[in-house]
Design a protein around this ligand. Structure first.
Ligand SMILES: Cc1cc2nc3c(=O)[nH]c(=O)nc-3n(C[C@H](O)[C@H](O)[C@H](O)COP(=O)(O)O)c2cc1C
Length: 218
């Protein structure tokens, strides 16, 4: 699989099989992903991996909690303007259409969102933290690292879903993984094998045409 093929093949998977993933494979992929570029070579990603029984234990802990926590950052700007708002809306509507959940069925939609908090049943995951002193340039470095990981996972026959949903559980995640106070949680990453029979995994998110976001300056 070359880079172009990996770029086309990667997509967010929201229903995983329980097929295990070896720690050694995750370690190898993360090590390769750490070749990602970062400004000043700061390599600001700080990663905590959970796998197998540890994932089950963590999911149980989350499910035992009554209320979500206060996020340490806003996942989206408070008033998302166009065209971003429509893009987000379209993704959600396409996803719920595949799941067969109509707009009025709020409980079913919320139940799907809650599946984030069991990593969509993936057996393995990691959490990506960053030092609280870091700013937007270093946060963008996290993105390069995460995308590199997802492409490498694709090459290795594994599927992924990056998850900002975990921003709702900053304290519980930090305590569980033993992250020091100086770090803050950015996102999770579910890792496993896609369930080929789950319609939600057929979602192929659209992209804006080139002319909408790029300009050749003349
Ligand atoms: C940093 C990051 C966080 C994300 N968080 C979530 C999440 O919490 N839950 C989810 O279902 N998808 C999440 N996604 C997946 C996006 O919705 C997805 O990447 C986007 O719709 C494009 O679709 P694709 O990944 O299938 O190409 C996240 C993606 C990124 C890059």
């Amino acid at each position: 699989m070359n880079v172009t093929e990996a770029m086309h093949a990667r997509k967010s998977i929201r229903n995983f099989l329980d097929t295990p993933v070896a720690d050694a494979v995750i370690q190898e992929l993360l090590t390769k992903a750490a070749r990602a570029a970062s400004g000043g070579n700061l390599q600001p990603w700080r990663i905590y991996i959970i796998n197998g029984e540890v994932t089950s234990r963590f999911v149980q802990l989350i499910e035992s909690k009554a209320e979500r926590e206060t996020p340490m950052y806003s996942v989206y700007p408070p008033k998302l303007k166009e065209p971003y708002r429509s893009s987000r809306y379209k993704l959600a509507e396409d996803m719920y259409a595949l799941l067969g959940i109509p707009r009025e069925d709020k409980p079913a939609r919320l139940a799907h969102v809650a599946r984030n908090f069991r990593f969509f049943d993936a057996p393995a995951a990691f959490f990506c933290f960053v030092d609280k002193i870091m700013g937007p340039p270093q946060w963008s470095d996290l993105g390069m690292f995460l995308q590199s990981f997802m492409l490498l996972a694709q090459e290795a026959g594994l599927d992924t879903c990056a998850q900002e949903a975990w921003a709702n559980w900053p304290q519980t995640v930090a305590e569980f993984v033993g992250a020091p106070d100086e770090l803050m949680l950015f996102c999770g990453m579910a890792i496993g094998h896609a369930n080929p029979d789950a319609p939600v995994n057929d979602l192929f998110s659209e992209r804006e045409p080139f002319e909408h976001w790029a300009t050749f300056v003349t």
